[in-house]
Design a protein around this ligand. Structure first.
Ligand SMILES: *Cc1c(COP(=O)(O)O)cnc(C)c1O
Length: 399
């Protein structure tokens, strides 16, 4: 029997193609005992639902290079996110690198020290110099007011991050960029699905980049995307992610291999069908934390504007001087109870090797330094139970 496309069903596959024959099943190391509660955990749809995607891949014998699942995922993500011109790439760091290459960014780039290292690494990788400026305490994002004083004649662009999925002040950043003729590339690795007054936060700036790493709200194991403003820019990015090839015969300019494969695209398509449930569970957990932590003196959580549709990608809090212990001590206490809170993003990028000798790293950056001292991210992911949320809350409240 074959399916509607003339393909064999797995029960008809020759024994030599079946995974148990003739090779022994691999002995997999499994985690045993009561596992600690991670700060995040990937959502895994039922394994059986992934198998049809594998069957499609086996039938097509098309594993990578913009295959049918890849094309389907690009279209599905554009529809889901409410954007046009999305290019899938191999990861969020490659997305940043490609975005900077596509816009020929060099010289100095204004950016935030309060982010994952990849934001600044991408600048280094294209030969640009990061210029770190201070952040705002209400959203942890690059402060628009800090841009102008940091400009020099070598400044070419601004690279802000929608940190923790909190939207940047895109209007203020756009105004400075217009006045000084600067490009704006948003690192939107945390901002999958975030909207402001019904519009995707990904539609601002010259380009936005996403990460689909396993730790992110939406994942393709490893993966990422770039959102371009028009078809021409997308075509340029699509060439750059494929060695610079325009077609089979023509290579326009040297570039890297930044492709996503069919296995990842299939995993993404499957995961996308669960996004509403994933976000609903994250929203419940976030509401539970908010309701309980409002009463804990010295712990400050972040509340977004009503105009924002958040994605609850992280649950950051500030452990202020009114709390009986500092963020490090509280984090250690949670770890001792098996709750693996994380101190994203401490230390600041500007205090790390490779960056700390830059002139901008020696600026005071008072807000960034205080937030980095006080920050603590509590566990939040769709598999987290109310019990575990309450245990975390209990530890914070019981000091
Ligand atoms: C995760 C992340 C990246 C890098 O994404 P990868 O897919 O892991 O390469 C870049 N910027 C920020 C802010 C991130 O959190």
């Amino acid at each position: 029997m074959t399916d509607g496309y003339g393909r064999m069903t797995p029960s008809q596959w020759p024994a030599s193609l079946l995974p148990h024959s003739p090779h022994p099943a691999p002995r997999l190391a499994r985690v045993s005992g009561e596992p600690p509660t991670p700060v995040t955990q990937p959502f895994m749809p039922p394994l059986a639902e992934y198998l049809p995607y594998l069957e499609v891949i086996w039938a097509n014998r098309w594993l990578t290079n913009s295959g049918p699942l890849h094309q389907q995922l690009e279209a599905a993500l554009e529809a889901h996110l409410g954007v046009s011109h999305l290019s899938l790439v191999s990861n969020g760091t490659t997305a940043l690198w490609l975005a900077l290459q596509a816009l020929k960014i060099g010289g100095e780039v204004i950016t935030t020290p309060f982010s994952f290292v990849a934001t600044a690494h991408a600048l280094r990788l294209v030969g640009a110099t990061p210029v770190f400026v201070d952040i705002d305490e209400h959203d942890c994002n690059l402060s628009p007011a800090a841009i102008e004083p940091a400009l020099t004649e070598r400044t070419s662009a601004i690279l802000p991050v929608h940190c923790f999925g909190h939207p940047c002040d895109v209007t203020a950043i756009g105004q400075v960029a217009d006045i000084y003729d600067l490009k704006v590339i948003y690192d939107a690795a945390h901002a999958f699905g975030v909207q402001v007054v019904g519009q995707s936060v990904l539609s601002h700036g010259d380009l936005s980049t996403l990460s689909f790493h396993a730790t992110k709200v939406f994942n393709t194991v490893e993966g990422g995307a770039i959102i371009s403003p028009d078809a021409r820019t997308k075509a340029r990015i699509d060439r750059l992610r494929n060695f610079g090839f325009v077609d089979d015969m023509t290579m326009a300019s040297p570039s890297i291999n930044g492709k996503l494969n069919e296995f990842q695209a299939g995993f993404g398509l499957l995961q996308l069908g669960y996004m509403d449930r994933i976000l609903a569970r994250r929203a419940q957990i976030s509401a539970r934390y908010h309701a309980a932590l409002g009463d804990v003196a010295g712990i400050v959580s972040f509340r977004m504007d009503d105009a924002v549709r958040p994605n609850h990608s992280y649950f950051p809090v500030l452990v202020t001087q009114d709390y009986p212990m500092d963020a490090d001590a509280l984090c250690a206490r949670l770890h001792a109870a098996g709750i693996m809170a994380r101190r994203y993003f401490h230390p600041l990028i500007c205090d790390m090797p490779g960056y700390r000798d830059l002139p901008s790293a020696r600026q005071p950056l008072p807000v960034a330094r205080r937030i980095a001292r006080q920050i603590l991210c509590l566990p939040i992911h769709p598999n987290l139970s109310d019990d575990l949320v309450d245990r975390a809350i209990g530890i914070l409240a019981d000091v």
